[in-house]
Design a protein around this ligand. Structure first.
Ligand code: ADP
Ligand code: MG
Length: 670
């Protein structure tokens, strides 16, 4: 049956549009908070009744709305934020579509009370009747939304329990609050104050303000177990990073792998102050954790990306929760490297009582994420006050370059064969102490000098030194753990797990170095050492086939495995770093892994997996007796190796137990 084509009445259009914007009370909260922040509010109070279904009132102390503009605010496509297409291309406000108030008014009982900053009286506009009348109120705006979905009962049925809706509303406030530590927030439910986050001290640096707000919202555990990120993309030569159109800054904090959770419910990503859900960003963050967090565990982080607003389209989703990047590869790299670099720095450094160089929290400027000044600064409209110069690496007084000064691991192996020297040899003289302290001050790593031909660790390596985060090794427990004493108390180190990571990072660095220096015709390979007597073993037909067909890949890994007879393989060369390990075991597991990755070229991920497997064979085994020097050498290597806080499977390699914790254990001082 044919039906006539009719234009929809205005109210119905608004109700349909509202379906896109308002899904539940939390969506209203989000829109009203956006508006309050756009109006320059310093304090925002949110009052909810029955999970926001009966009432949502958002009160701010922002600019306010002029009385004659109040009725326009409720109109569809009415906004003060953009005026033309070029404004749309560089949106620096949270809202810009001019549809939120109209949509909310179409599906709930709304009222706006507002006093503009230059007006004597406040006015109340009733959204239902359109009546405007004077009222008492200080500067700012309150939007009241009552009985959500009263006119669309079908949608009201989709709402969950009040408690669930309340939780969503609070999450919405948390998302905003995490981006704006310069604004105070309070949340009331059914007349009770349930959350309150004070605005930061304006004297505080941006990083300090953010840290405080994160502590309020994500808890002090998050602060204790996360590292600061402050990364800025390198500007093209001759261009200042701040003025470059493509410059990007990624900052915030990333939780250490220990803090990972079963659910991905504490991953906050912001683009120019706007909370977004974006596949590119979450994938990049996931990759940043790839080498330190395994399995299904979900990391915790809050990362703020700042970029030129013309390079990101925020107008692709009615609720603005999704964005589209002009160059998503560049964004992915920035996000990944920012987090990866911060996570790579060994956290043993944090065991030292901080002295000297400024921490990220005490330096920097007072810009905040979401601050329009940042955005317009990038845009060249305002003076670019945005000039973070530190990279995350500089925040740490760790020896540099990290991870590349690990001394010859052969020394550790060499020592395993000689009987351990007397424990007294572990005690260095005061002169050694001072020498090492000076090295540290001059940026040199306190290298245990293990590179001598004798493979002996110098006394300095074993000397007690307060600059050594992991302290001085005291003993080995059950052939598995190293017990060490540092300035905070005692450290327990999983010797195999730690050594495995050191070997792994070393193999990665070696392969990377050869890859970058290799010419197209000389293939990159790990340095290899021929075995005087080839190690032979009975092999399966598959193993022999893999050894033959993947000889190139084996060669690149520093291995040479050739068939000796129809049933035996001979290992003729192994990577130098692993020369002391069991060649047959190594060959077998590499062959079995190569068989699983049948690609002819090894992609980075598979390659790392292979190196990790190899490292496992190269690492010192449980039940090996280590001398104190060897233990100390291992600790020093950990301190200067990237990602050494986790083993290759993402488990921790060391734990600190402070004297305070020990005292509590023994009820001391009670
Ligand atoms: P948008 O935020 O996309 O502009 P809205 O429908 O959310 O659209 O709001 C319409 C207009 O009402 C805004 O552009 C702004 O000028 C005004 N407005 C809304 N909320 C506030 C507020 N809390 N304080 C001051 N002005 C407001
Ligand atoms: Mg809005």
């Amino acid at each position: 049956m044919r039906r006539p084509i009719l234009e929809l009445p205005d109210e119905l259009i608004s109700q349909i549009a509202a379906g896109e914007v308002v899904e539940r009370p939390a969506s209203v909260v989000r829109e009203l908070l956006d508006n309050a922040l756009d109006a320059g509010a310093r304090q925002i109070n949110i009052r909810l009744v029955a999970g926001g279904v009966r009432l949502i009132a958002v009160e701010d102390d922002g600019l306010g709305i002029l009385p004659h503009e109040l009725p326009i605010a409720f109109k569809r496509h009415a906004t003060s934020k953009i005026g033309n297409l070029s404004d749309l291309e560089s949106v620096a406000t949270m809202g810009f579509r001019g549809e939120a108030l109209a949509a909310i008014n179409a599906i709930a009982d709304c009222a706006i009370l507002s006093k503009a900053n230059d007006q004597g009286t406040a006015y109340l506009l009733d959204g239902r009747t359109g009546e405007l009348k004077p009222i008492a109120r200080s500067q700012g705006t309150t939007v009241e939304v009552k009985e959500l979905f009263y006119s669309t009962p079908a949608r009201r049925k989709f709402l969950k329990s009040d408690a669930t809706e309340l939780a969503h509303c609070i999450e919405s406030v948390r998302r905003h609050a995490l981006a704006r530590p310069d604004v105070g927030f309070s949340v009331w439910h059914d007349g009770k104050l349930i959350e309150q986050w004070r605005r930061c001290d304006p004297q505080h640096s941006a990083m300090a303000a953010l840290k405080q707000r994160m502590a309020d919202i994500l808890g002090s555990d998050f602060i204790d177990q996360s590292v600061a990120v402050d990364w800025i993309s390198a500007a093209p030569v001759g261009e200042r990073a701040t003025s470059s159109a493509t410059a990007m800054r990624v900052w915030g904090r990333v939780g250490v792998p220990d803090l990972a959770r079963a659910r991905a419910d504490q991953q906050y990503c912001y683009v120019n102050g706007r909370f977004v859900r974006d596949k590119v960003l979450t994938h990049a963050a996931r990759q940043a954790y790839e080498d330190v967090l395994h399995g299904q565990r979900q990391p915790v982080y809050a990362l703020y990306l700042e970029m030129n607003p013309t390079r990101v389209d925020v107008n692709v989703h009615p609720t603005k929760i999704e964005v589209r990047f002009r160059d998503s590869r560049e964004v992915h790299q920035a996000d990944r490297h920012a987090a990866e670099d911060a996570l790579a720095v060994p956290r043993t450094q944090s065991l030292l009582v901080p002295t000297g160089p400024p921490t990220p929290e005490s330096s920097g400027n007072a810009n905040l994420p979401g601050n329009a000044a940042i955005v317009s600064g990038l845009n060249g409209k305002a003076a670019p006050s945005w000039s973070p110069t530190q990279s995350s690496m500089r925040f740490f007084s760790a020896p540099s370059p990290l991870g590349h000064r690990v001394s010859d691991l052969g020394a550790l192996w060499g020592n395993l064969r000689t009987e351990s020297t007397s424990p007294n040899a572990a005690m260095g003289s005061a002169t050694d102490d001072r020498a090492t302290a000076q090295n540290l001050a001059s940026g040199e790593s306190p290298q245990p000098d293990c590179e001598g031909p004798s493979g002996q660790v110098s006394p300095a390596a074993a000397a007690p030194n307060e600059h050594w985060p992991l302290g001085r090794a005291l003993a080995q427990l059950h052939g598995i753990y190293i017990l060490s004493e540092n300035s905070q108390g005692m450290v327990i180190i999983d010797m195999h797990a730690a050594h495995e990571r050191i070997v792994y990072e070393r193999l990665k660095a070696q392969l990377k170095a050869t890859q970058s220096s290799a010419s197209p015709d000389t293939n990159a390979r790990l340095s290899s050492q021929p075995l005087l007597i080839p190690a032979t073993f009975a092999a399966t037909a598959t193993e022999i086939a893999v050894a033959e067909s993947r000889a190139d890949a084996l060669h690149a890994l520093g291995l040479e495995i050739t068939p000796l007879t129809a049933r035996t393989l001979a290992v003729r060369a192994v990577p130098t770093t692993l020369a002391q390990g069991d060649a047959v075991e190594l060959a077998r597991s590499v062959l079995s892994e190569l068989q699983q990755h049948d690609a002819s070229t090894l992609i980075e991920h598979a390659q790392n997996e292979l190196l990790a497997t190899m490292a496992c064979h190269g690492a010192v085994r449980a039940n090996r007796r280590l001398s104190l020097e060897e233990m100390n050498a291992l600790l020093r290597q950990m301190e200067s190796t990237e990602r050494s806080d986790q083993c290759n499977h993402g488990r921790p390699t060391w734990r600190q137990i402070t004297t305070g914790e020990l005292d509590a254990l023994f009820l001391r001082g009670r």
